[in-house]
Design a protein around this ligand. Structure first.
Ligand SMILES: *Cc1c(COP(=O)(O)O)cnc(C)c1O
Length: 504
């Protein structure tokens, strides 16, 4: 058995290394090309379902259409797409989604749809909203409460960004520039658990930072002992997730950030997912290890207001320990003919309406609102977790509060995923190892939703058990994409998928 596994991985490595050469052989290239085209042709109708039913534009209409006409068309599209997320068939994606809350956010958005924080002179209200979003988030995440006896408790500050990815990209750029200025590091390295969000890979690519990956333990938490070995003179930042997107596992932030402090390296807690859950979970008595600015080694954090902060999509918060660090995020241009130019984040002009709606979401919920929302989400998550645990064919991965990843040792888990999709569910398919997850939101706390999930999951498991042969669906594609040694082929397929999205 071990031999076969060895041979297989040996073969995979060999194939992966031969990939560039293989692609240069015309016959091989042609075969792959045909495969790409068949696969994309199969996929295209599901990505472009409206071609036959709605007008399509590949140029401007000569005469503009009436508002009523356009509104009714957009309403028709909305109706087709709304039920799945509203009725709780979707993992993550829409975190609140209650009618009254949405209506309220829409009203605030409408009041500010013309505003732009780039013009602070025209809309000082936006600077107020954003400063308060940052301050409220910082307070929730331990600002001013760093454990005593660990030097100065510098002010926790930050900025509003467009989402978790931007918050992470900004923080990584900040560490790169900080380390170059303060330590003369010109070949920066970031130490990142394999389970950290892909946005860290994106940061490494965009900003030319070497990514040093840390493995996870049997509970899918970062192996902090590997962090020590990974630290070099070029290390700029260590990353931990609270919790991680794939398995909902909270990394050992205390141990990792203590090492960061000891070696004078930055530490970023990615609380994009958990930032607006864990503080309340702790108050509710759930076991939540320290993860925020109470730990003296934590020097930055990301927390998504557009997830469990229950704001509209398009806002997140990035926080820093000390205003000096935040400075490395800012951009200034002093000699541009367009005048003195400066901006805190990547964008120039930004939607002020989203910051206004985010502020409104936060102050309308208040501590009591977040506490109650968290109580409901976590109670539902316990029901779902216990239901999955009771199915002998399935195995939960690690310990999670509200993102439950599970696999099967006897069934193809991707076929279970296919059967869930056929019952309207939209769950996340993950790999390394193959598993699927459900990120529990307020949508799942509606009466009967958790029970329906478990019933449908049992049906899916039974169906896969009773049909040993695969029957189409995405399972073979997932299986192949997860194990194919030719990662270039998989990457190319993803790029073609994106090309397809932009086809009219
Ligand atoms: C969602 C998420 C991100 C990225 O956030 P986006 O808002 O999708 O850009 C980063 N980290 C974790 C843990 C997340 O769950």
């Amino acid at each position: 058995m071990k031999w076969r596994k060895f041979l297989r991985t040996g073969q995979n490595r060999l194939l992966a290394r031969l990939e560039p050469t293989l692609k240069k052989i015309p016959a091989v290239n042609r075969r792959i090309e045909t495969q790409y085209e068949t696969l994309m042709a199969d996929l295209e109708p599901t990505l472009k379902p409206y071609r036959d039913t709605f007008a399509t534009y590949d140029r401007l209409p000569v005469d503009g259409r009436s508002h009523d006409d356009i509104l009714s068309e957009i309403q028709a599209l909305k109706k087709l797409e709304e039920a799945r997320w509203r009725d709780g068939f979707v993992s993550g994606a829409v975190y609140h989604g209650q009618d009254e809350h949405i209506h309220f956010l829409n009203q605030v958005y409408a009041l500010h749809s013309q505003s732009n924080p780039l013009h602070a002179d025209l809309w000082p209200s936006l600077a107020k909203f954003e400063a308060e979003i940052v301050a409220m988030t910082a307070h929730m995440l331990g600002a001013g409460q760093t454990r005593p006896g660990h030097g100065v408790d510098e002010e926790i500050c930050g900025t509003v960004s467009s989402g978790g990815t931007e918050s992470i990209l900004l923080a990584m750029k900040t560490y790169r520039d900080w380390a170059r200025d303060k330590k003369g590091i010109t070949r920066p390295e970031m130490i990142v658990p394999v389970t950290a969000h892909a946005a860290f890979d994106k940061a490494a690519q965009y900003f030319n930072i070497k990514l040093v990956r840390i493995p996870v333990d049997h509970n899918y938490r970062a192996d902090w002992t590997a962090v020590r070995e990974a630290i070099t003179r070029n290390s700029i930042v260590i990353v931990g997730s609270a919790p991680s997107f794939p398995h909902g596992a909270i990394d050992p932030i205390e141990e990792m950030s203590t090492l960061a402090l000891k070696y004078g390296v930055g530490f970023h807690t990615d609380a994009c997912l958990g930032g607006f859950v864990l503080p309340w979970a702790k108050k509710l008595g759930y076991a939540v290890p320290p993860f925020d600015f109470r730990l003296p080694g934590v020097t930055s954090m990301s927390a998504d207001t557009h997830k469990y902060g229950y704001a509209a999509k398009g806002t997140s918060v990035v926080l820093y320990r000390g205003a000096e660090l935040r400075r490395y995020q800012y951009f200034t241009a002093t000699d541009w003919p367009g005048g003195l130019y400066f901006s805190p984040t990547f964008a120039g002009s930004r939607p002020g309406a989203l910051s206004a709606a985010c502020w409104a979401a936060m102050v309308s919920l208040g501590e009591e609102g977040y506490l109650e929302a968290t109580r409901r989400v976590l109670e539902t998550a316990v029901t779902i977790r216990e239901g999955i645990a009771a199915m002998p064919e399935l195995r939960l991965l690690g310990h999670s509060l509200f993102v439950h990843a599970f696999t099967s040792d006897e069934l193809d888990i991707y076929r279970v995923l296919d059967h869930m999709t056929r019952q309207q569910w939209s769950l996340n398919g993950l790999h390394h190892p193959p598993c699927i997850h459900l990120c529990v939101t307020l949508r799942h706390t509606q009466p009967g939703v958790a029970e329906r999930f478990l019933t449908d999951l049992q049906t899916a498991v039974d169906a896969v058990k009773s049909q040993p042969q695969a029957e189409g669906g995405m399972a073979p594609v997932y299986g192949l994409a997860a194990t194919l040694p030719l990662r270039g082929v998989v990457g190319e397929l993803l790029k073609r998928y994106l090309d397809t999205l932009y086809k009219v």
